[in-house]
Write a protein that binds this ligand. Structure first.
Ligand code: AMP
Length: 609
């Protein structure tokens, strides 16, 4: 059986892991165990991911995409898509009203799955380099609260990246898998996951060999980014008041503000106050304007009162849906970077009346769970039976614009439910079935997943045709809808044209495009990595030369200076092999200088020994 890996595609950072010898290994990429989920489109047509994308993003914000996960499967008009404040690229509407990102340097619109595919293929490349074998199959995690179009979009992203999704696993289920692995007693846990872009609360029963999700709820519009936006908005308002300059209109300055806001938020998780320093943030007629502000935790918590209130509803909803009092929970687990904010922890503890626990290595819990499931599918570890639930009610529109539920939320999946409907007009030979997702009684207030047209119904008075509609949700939470007329037996092939999904043809084209770009992207990434390593070595050698303070033998000094100049020249060019070769030379010279410095600083008695 081939290797199956686990991927956690996060809003802010992503990770890939594999099971080897029964143990989960989170693969250390060239940027560490988590790769920033950022994609940059460089001026020469290159596509960069991770830190390289962030670095070029400082001067190229309009061609840099942050937080693409929040755009997956979203309509362009979705308030959330519009408010993806850390994405500086412009959001537009695609052919089916889906969110697309306009990348000026490429002069075209990209779909969110196409952009997410860059992050997935980068992770796959890193895993292949580590494992020394091809990686083609994946278990990928999604927020439990992800609806149908978002799951489909993520699946499309994987396909574009050349990966086959063996299973989509909900993030809290993945956490429970890694938390519960090796645990023999039964426990009921609440997993609270506040990541960069979404908030998920689930209650799960963990028993040896089986994990059952009892209820799940959440808010895909709430994540750490909202707290960043608060601070960024406060900075912008202060700056506007002081200098009359609107930083929101200056992409480069606004990006610096956002990064500083996130740093401040993180600092306030441990410190009572933090200083935000942004020199030369903007220019005015009176010269450069700098920013220097102090933010206290108390002020920050006051600003965030309305965000904290939004944490309550999903907690209350899962407890009610699972029919449990908070005291029946054996543990409340906090995962997701944003739960490290003391105010979030306090709020969850207040809502549950329990002391919240942070599982060991919280930022690896999701990917580790995905990898364990991947390992189970590949037959490397024992399988744990996962009983997940559907997060949102699925139904269809009936007379009077009502939503008629077919599968209520929190129904265990896989599941298949049928219901028989009829026509509303005399002599109708076709009906349109509008598939909906959401909890509101009126169809218009829920999300339309697609419209299915059933034709060939024999003409009859209204109420006579018997149209059976079947919804089937597979273990990945993906929905299939079928309809057929029972009396005439008129079978019909029907398909669901999900409003926000890519068509199969579009996905195929994107796969081809990704394959075409792959070689070029690899060359570019290799060059960026070589340049980054070279700059580090140049910095080191410069520091060593300063520390040596002219005490190095002139021939060595001359050689080093020659090598440094050659490397600096090569850095401006596109030859990664030459840069690596010269970097190795300068590295050697730098080590020679360090040993000399060491010798200088060693006392004579030590030297003799
Ligand atoms: P995740 O998607 O779980 O990686 O979470 C990412 C989010 O957590 C981002 O909004 C981060 O800024 C935020 N985050 C990470 N570490 C901290 C921290 N120590 N305090 C507050 N927020 C954090």
């Amino acid at each position: 059986m081939g290797r199956v890996v686990g991927i956690d595609l996060g809003t802010t950072s992503s990770a890939i892991a594999v099971v080897r010898g029964g143990e989960v290994i989170v693969i250390t990429t060239s940027e560490g165990k988590r790769l920033p989920s950022v994609v940059g489109f460089g001026r020469n047509g290159e596509r960069l991911t991770g830190r390289a994308a962030i670095e070029q993003g400082a001067t190229n914000p309009e061609n840099t995409v942050y937080g693409v996960k929040r755009l997956l499967g979203r309509p362009a008009g979705d308030a959330e898509a519009g408010g993806t404040s850390t994405s500086f690229s412009s959001l537009r509407s695609g052919p089916r009203g889906d969110a697309r990102v306009y990348i000026p340097v490429a002069g075209k619109l990209f779909s969110p799955p196409e952009i997410a595919a860059h992050i997935l293929s980068r992770l796959r490349d890193e895993a292949e380099a580590y494992l020394g074998e091809a990686v083609r199959e994946v278990v990928i995690s999604v927020p439990a609260y992800f609806g149908e179009p978002q799951r489909q979009a993520l699946k499309n992203a994987a396909t574009i990246a050349g990966l086959t999704v063996r299973q989509i696993i909900n993030e809290p289920t993945a956490v429970a898998l890694s938390y519960g692995s090796g645990q023999s007693h039964t426990s009921t846990v609440m997993v609270v996951d506040l990541g960069g872009g979404s908030y998920d609360v689930s209650i799960l029963d963990i028993r040896e060999g089986q994990i059952t999700v009892r209820a799940t709820s959440g808010d895909t519009h709430l994540g750490g980014t909202e707290w960043d936006s608060l601070i960024a908005g406060w900075i912008a308002a202060t700056f506007l008041r002081r200098y009359g300059i609107d930083l929101r209109r200056q992409p480069t300055a606004w990006q610096r503000v956002y990064e500083a806001a996130e740093d401040a938020k993180i600092a306030l998780s441990t410190d009572e106050e933090t200083v935000i320093d942004l020199p030369f943030l903007a220019a005015s007629a009176d010269g450069p304007r700098h920013l220097h502000l102090t933010l206290t935790r108390r002020q920050f918590e006051q600003m965030a009162a309305s965000l904290l209130e939004r944490l309550a509803a999903p907690v209350e909803s899962v407890l009610a849906d699972a029919g449990l009092a908070p005291s029946a929970l054996d543990a409340v687990l906090l995962v997701g970077g944003a739960t490290r904010m003391p105010m979030v922890r306090r709020q969850i503890e207040m809502l549950t009346g329990q002391t919240a626990e942070i599982p060991p290595q919280p930022d690896q819990a999701v990917v580790a769970g995905a990898a364990l499931q991947a390992g189970a599918l590949a037959g490397e570890v024992e399988e744990v039976r996962l009983r997940d639930v559907t997060p949102l009610t699925l139904g269809l529109e009936t007379v009077g614009g009502m939503m008629s539920p077919l599968i209520p939320r929190n129904t265990p999946v896989p599941v298949s439910r049928s219901q028989v409907f009829s026509t509303a007009e005399d002599g109708a030979t076709a009906v349109e079935i509008c598939v909906l997702q959401g909890e509101r009684p009126m169809a218009a207030d829920n999300e339309t997943l697609g419209i299915l047209r059933l034709e060939g119904i024999p003409a009859a008075p209204r109420g006579i045709p018997q149209i059976e509609v079947t919804f089937t949700i597979d273990e990945n939470g993906l929905l299939r809808v079928a309809a057929r007329e029972l009396l005439s037996g008129a079978g019909q092939t029907v398909f669901l044209a999900a409003t926000t999904s890519l068509t199969a043809q579009e996905v195929r084209q994107m796969v081809q495009e990704a394959e075409r770009c792959a070689a070029q992207d690899l060359v570019q990434r290799n060059l960026v990595e070589a340049r980054t390593a070279a700059r580090q070595v140049l910095y080191l050698v410069e520091r060593n030369l300063q520390r040596a303070n002219g005490e190095i033998p002139p021939p060595l000094a001359e050689r080093v200076m020659r090598q440094v100049r050659a490397l600096q020249q090569a850095l401006a060019g596109p030859d990664a092999t030459r840069i690596r070769h010269l970097t190795a030379e300068v590295q050697q010279a730098s080590s020679a200088i360090s040993s000399l410095i060491l010798l200088e600083h060693t006392r004579p008695s030590e030297r003799e020994q």
